[in-house]
Design a protein around this ligand. Structure first.
Ligand code: PRP
Length: 215
């Protein structure tokens, strides 16, 4: 009997993912997402679920520790990993944006690079490179909105969901880089070796979503 190993991003995405799997007929009741346990197996050992940091999901799937995973498109773009992105799951929707202080004035010293604070250095670099703009990347791990407020950066590249964090910190969107949502990703070897398990799951999700989620 083969085991399907699933990597989920701890938090809201894991909850939405498990609800989706449940809707598609998979019993996920063995996963206690609110406990401190990080790995769960069902009674007949046909499914294991690991709960990992969102930014680590692509790594676990690329390395084959997990056969499938659910991860935000933002994390996926940034990770630049070699795996199959099979489905747009339609939840975890937000936008990856450039934002700056409302009262920002153009920097008169044009030889100074634009300072960009972000959790997404690769994505931000690619975005500005395509525009031919030289930047200094300031990699932060959270509360990125603070960057321009304390003079650490000129702008931020970050995800915007409700927009509340921007508003409460006097920032505004100056450009939208792309739309984000949760994606089902699959290890390339697993799709061959465990295709008889993975393909029906993909088909069930597609059917559940009315066939609208194909990439
Ligand atoms: C994310 C993101 C923004 C905020 C956007 O941060 O980096 O800061 O959510 O959400 P909003 O548009 O609904 O206000 P997260 O909550 O993941 O925390 P972090 O800043 O510590 O990464």
């Amino acid at each position: 009997m083969k085991t399907l190993n699933i990597a989920l991003a701890k938090g809201r995405l894991a909850e939405d993912s498990m609800e989706l799997f449940k809707q598609c007929g998979m019993d996920m009741s063995f996963v206690k997402a609110k406990s401190r346990k990080l790995i769960f197996a069902n009674s007949d050992n046909t499914i294991t679920v690991i709960l990992v940091k969102p930014s680590d999901v692509p790594t676990y799937v690329e390395r084959g520790v997990a056969d499938i995973g659910v991860v935000g498109k933002d994390t996926l773009i940034e990770s630049n990993t070699d795996l199959y992105e099979m489905l747009d799951l339609g939840f975890g929707k937000c936008r990856l944006c450039v934002a700056s202080p409302k009262k920002a004035v153009a920097n008169p010293i044009t030889c100074v690079n634009l300072r960009v604070a972000t959790k997404y250095p690769n994505t931000a670099k690619a975005y500005y490179q395509a525009k031919g703009i030289n930047i200094d990347i300031i990699k932060l791990n959270g509360s990125v909105e603070l960057g321009p407020l304390v003079g650490l950066s000129d702008v931020i590249v970050d995800i915007v969901e409700s927009g509340k964090t921007l508003v409460e910190n006097g920032l505004e969107i100056t450009d939208e880089i792309c739309s984000i949502s949760a994606r089902l990703v699959v290890n390339k070897v697993s799709l061959k070796t465990k295709g008889e398990i993975i393909r029906p799951i993909i088909a069930d999700i597609r059917q559940y979503q009315g066939g609208k989620a194909d990439i």
